[in-house]
Design a binder for this molecule. Structure first.
Ligand SMILES: Nc1ncnc2c1ncn2[C@@H]1O[C@H](COP(=O)(O)OP(=O)(O)O)[C@@H](O)[C@H]1O
Ligand SMILES: [Mg+2]
Length: 227
């Protein structure tokens, strides 16, 4: 892999991420970390599958014009993947930055909702839409990263859960931005409005934005009821 590392960006339980260059371009290398408590063969198999699935979905989304990193190199055997480095910082930091104007924050939230709808229209759910997995550049344009838990799906439930995860995070970590989720949902609905009904995919019909919103309400009341 022609990757030249410069600094480590992240050391998590599942992955280690380094910033650097690849063919002279800004890149990151994601290294899968071994889970010591798992049998090595099983761990290797799961890690291999997950990296293949993550890269496959990233390539598919990139081709559809959804803002995600390009996959530049892949070595699933050794759990290594080189990706385009997306500029900007996590949504969580942007929301905490008190020097940013309210209209700018609104634009960011609106754009994020629109981007999530673009993802969902490809019949893909993210599975971990925390505000660390959304990177926002200085113009307020978001990108999605970390597709390790993403899947292709046509049932409305996972779509609803995607919105619920971001809803919970906006409510818990960013209570100062009251109505943040409403702005995000406005963007989600507006994107559907702008693009029209989702064309039928090979696997079936993708839930409409309206259906997903309805499911979000159901998930919310389920959570309220069961705690
Ligand atoms: N393509 C990328 N561009 C810029 N930063 C990235 C990129 N991929 C990962 N990162 C950074 O590394 C962190 C961890 O990567 P991520 O794919 O989310 O792994 P994990 O599964 O461990 O959460 C991200 O939160 C982000 O800060
Ligand atoms: Mg992550």
């Amino acid at each position: 892999m022609a990757f030249e590392p410069t600094e480590r960006l992240h050391l998590g339980a599942e992955a280690e991420v380094w910033a650097g260059t690849w063919m002279g371009k800004d890149a990151v290398r994601k290294l899968r970390r071994a889970r010591k408590w798992r049998h090595p063969d099983l761990d290797h198999r799961l890690g291999y599958r997950r990296m293949m699935s993550e890269s496959r979905l990233l390539i598919r989304l990139k081709r559809c014009g959804v803002r995600v990193p390009a996959v530049w190199d892949l070595d699933p055997e050794h759990g290594r993947m080189v990706l385009e480095r997306m500029p900007g910082r996590p949504l969580i930091e942007v929301l905490r930055d008190t020097s940013l104007s309210a209209p700018f924050i609104n634009t960011v939230l609106h754009n994020t909702g629109a981007l999530i709808r673009r993802l969902h229209r490809e019949a893909i759910t993210h599975g971990d839409l925390s505000s660390n997995n959304i990177l926002v550049d200085e113009n307020g344009v978001p990108a999605l990263i970390d597709f390790g838990l993403a899947v292709i799906d046509y049932e409305v439930e996972r779509f609803g859960i995607d919105l619920h995860v971001i809803d919970q995070i906006l409510g818990a970590s960013h209570p100062e931005h009251e109505g943040a989720i409403s702005t995000l949902i406005e963007g989600y609905m507006a994107e559907e409005e702008a693009l029209g009904p989702t064309p039928e995919q090979s696997g079936g019909a993708v839930p409409t934005a309206q259906d997903v919103l309805k499911r979000l309400e159901e998930v919310r009341s389920r959570v309220r009821y069961h705690g």
